[in-house]
Write a protein that binds this ligand. Structure first.
Ligand code: CA
Ligand code: CA
Length: 82
């Protein structure tokens, strides 16, 4: 395997892991998920659960909050489940 190939693989990995937010969820592409966007992907998510995920209470779930939610299994792991 050449250095170029390894570099490309690493770049792909870094890009992948830097974006917890899935385009499947963030349908309007603003980088944040609203309750409506989350419910479209996961109908079982309630408003109460959304408030738990939205730890800074700004009304949106960002990349960091999404990662924490996946790690704590508040929502399914969208990346490995796809
Ligand atoms: Ca959005
Ligand atoms: Ca938030």
């Amino acid at each position: 395997m050449s250095r170029v190939t390894i570099g490309a693989l690493l770049a792909t990995f870094v890009a992948f892991s830097a974006h917890a937010m899935s385009a499947e969820i963030d349908t309007d592409g603003d980088g944040k998920a609203t309750l409506v966007e989350l419910q479209a992907a996961f109908p079982e998510i309630t408003e109460d659960l959304f408030l738990e995920i939205d730890t800074n209470a700004d009304g949106f779930v960002n990349d960091e909050e999404m990662m924490i939610a996946v790690e704590t299994e508040m929502i399914p792991d969208i990346e490995t489940d796809a």
